[in-house]
Design a protein around this ligand. Structure first.
Ligand SMILES: [Zn+2]
Length: 572
């Protein structure tokens, strides 16, 4: 076996073999051509080099090796692409240690225990006297037989050893305890069931396996929580699991949106009336990990939280996290209903209206804030600004931002400049890296920078690069730019990038029968123009901010710079 599994996989799989499952490859000299799967085109500009084991598209500028291809086409992270290709090549990623084998086997046992427990609870619900009351309760809540079966709802009877007795026929007590289903007594070495007298909702992971349960009390009891969840176990990570995602993922992906509700019953009620893009965080507040899981499937979220929670700090925190993760967030108005389940009972049309009429989070919070504070008073003005300014600050579109700044200023009756002043002092929040967001196509600017670097490599000439600075290039190209400018040896870790860029440039020249020197001059000039234009846009933004702040000196200084740039622009 070669040193790294990556090399091993590459040595076993040919690039054409992998790619032809996704695109129709046609021989073109020593290379292959295809219609690009990543942008829409009629004539093929997607080139595959079997000799170099790389691919490149001249239309959209994407390119790379088999791993990069699988990442993009399957929309997965590198680690997942590695797994897919390792499977295909028959490469074992890591020889598991004895301990890992043991943990792996343990996990299998835990899945098995949870699965059997779920089946058992279902059986009790449908077939026993003890379950009949719970079944009646679920039907009274409006669930059909089909829904109850679809969600594998069950019942844990009011007994402390019911499940224990059943499971110990097949499993070790220690393992059942590890699965979170029985608890060891403090007094002696005996065990008792965690769930009793509860309607059971199995929690299912993305692969359709039962990993734990939520139990809802059937009869109210003093000092007993209405809901009890399985504890975290080796197979149940609470901050990752999303209730309803396994059942809802197809529609979520198709519609590019998910509806987020609070309770399991809400999820089930929504799915029952066809809103299968509905999910809930189960037993936790919304977490970053859950958002990362959702982000693989969609970019839009609709919050449909219980009416007492809307506008609460927990909702604001969830909103903050979702915005940081790059979601567009809308908020549904439940029109006075306590939760989605209740609204659906009043009428599916009302629920549909709440979802389709969901408003941008910002309008929602404007309404909230102004109904809460008396903005005739100084105190009220201050509070309203404190709540709304950070939200306005997050808006990326300058027109929308200006609109809400004016709206806030008018509402609290202060000068717009005061709001601009406050917002300009807020700091940029930390972003969660979400690579998926914009990796499906390259911008014209990125295509140009690739060409400038690739043609410089091909021509072994750097004189066209001297007009740029490293800040003009994307982060991952800066090191290459630096070593070309300084005429230093290119670091070994950049070999792949160099190979890809020069191959792309070479193919481009051949395809279009262009002269590499003339082309380098042309793309350098186009790239320079784009860089200057961007600098002017940035500068114009700064000037308008300075004008709002009435900083005359800064405006004058920036304007001088602007004039200089526009005279440079005239040379193009
Ligand atoms: Zn393309």
């Amino acid at each position: 076996m070669l040193d790294s599994p990556i090399e091993e996989i590459k040595s076993r799989l040919s690039i054409t073999e992998v790619l032809q499952d996704y695109v129709q490859l046609k021989k073109a000299g020593t290379n292959f051509k295809a219609v690009c799967p990543f942008h829409s085109e009629k004539s093929p500009s997607f080139i595959v080099s079997p000799a170099k084991q790389i691919w490149h598209c001249f239309g959209c500028g994407l390119g790379g090796d088999i791993f990069e291809f699988i990442k993009l086409i399957e929309n997965v992270e590198f680690s997942e692409a590695l797994k897919i290709l390792a499977d295909r090549a028959g490469v074992e990623l890591r020889k598991p240690t004895a301990e890992q084998i043991q943990v792996g086997e343990k996990r299998d046992v835990l899945y098995e225990i949870n699965d059997q427990a779920a089946e058992y609870f279902v059986k009790v619900l449908w077939e026993s006297n003890a379950g009949s009351e719970a079944l009646a309760y679920l039907k009274k809540r409006g669930l059909t037989d089909q829904t109850i079966k679809h969600w594998q709802l069950g019942f844990a009877p009011d007994d402390f050893h019911y499940l224990e007795d059943f499971l110990t026929k097949s499993f070790d007590k220690k393992d059942i305890e590890l699965a979170g289903l029985i608890i060891k007594s403090d007094k002696d070495s005996s065990y008792f069931d965690r769930f009793h007298d509860r309607v059971m909702f199995p929690i299912i992971n993305l692969h359709g396996q039962v990993v734990g349960f939520t139990g809802r009390l059937l009869h109210d009891k003093p000092n007993t929580g209405k809901y009890v969840n399985s504890p975290e176990t080796p197979i149940y990570n609470k901050s990752q699991v999303i209730y309803g995602l396994y059942q809802g993922k197809n529609l979520i992906r198709k519609e590019n949106r998910a509806i987020l509700v609070e309770g399991n019953m809400d999820v089930i009620a929504c799915h029952q009336v066809g809103f299968t893009q509905t999910v809930a965080t189960s037993g936790t507040a919304l977490t970053q990990q859950q958002l990362i899981v959702l982000k693989r499937l969609c970019e839009n979220l609709i919050f449909a939280f219980d009416s007492d929670a809307a506008g609460s700090n927990a909702t604001k925190r969830a909103l903050e996290l979702a915005l940081n993760a790059g979601f567009n967030v809308k908020i549904a108005n439940l029109a006075g209903a306590k939760d989605p389940d209740e609204l659906i009972k009043r009428g599916i049309g009302l629920w549909e209206k709440a979802v389709e009429g969901a408003v941008s989070f910002i309008d929602f919070f404007f309404d909230q804030t102004f109904s809460k504070h008396n903005v005739q008073t100084v105190e009220g003005k201050r509070e309203a600004t404190k709540e709304l300014a950070p939200l306005i600050f997050r808006m990326t579109d300058p027109v929308t931002k200006a609109h809400y700044i004016r709206k806030l200023a008018n509402n609290i009756n202060v000068a717009e400049t005061a709001i601009w002043d406050i917002i300009s002092k807020l700091s940029v929040p930390k972003q969660i890296r979400t690579k998926q967001q914009d990796r499906t196509h390259k911008t014209r600017r990125e295509v140009l920078e690739d060409q400038v670097l690739g043609l410089s490599l091909l021509n072994k000439a750097n004189q066209h690069l001297t007009q740029f600075s490293s800040a003009d290039f994307s982060q991952d190209k800066r090191e290459l730019f630096e070593s070309l400018i300084k005429q230093e040896p290119i670091p070994a870790k950049l070999t792949e990038l160099v190979e890809l860029l020069s191959f792309a440039a070479e193919m481009d020249m051949k395809e279009q029968q262009l002269d590499a020197k003339a082309e380098l001059a042309r793309v350098s000039s186009e790239f320079k123009k784009m860089v200057l234009k961007q600098r002017m846009v940035d500068l114009a933004n700064k000037i308008s901010n300075a004008e709002h702040l009435k900083d005359k000196n800064l405006v004058a200084e920036l304007s001088k710079e602007y004039v200089l740039l526009s005279s440079q622009m005239k040379n193009f």
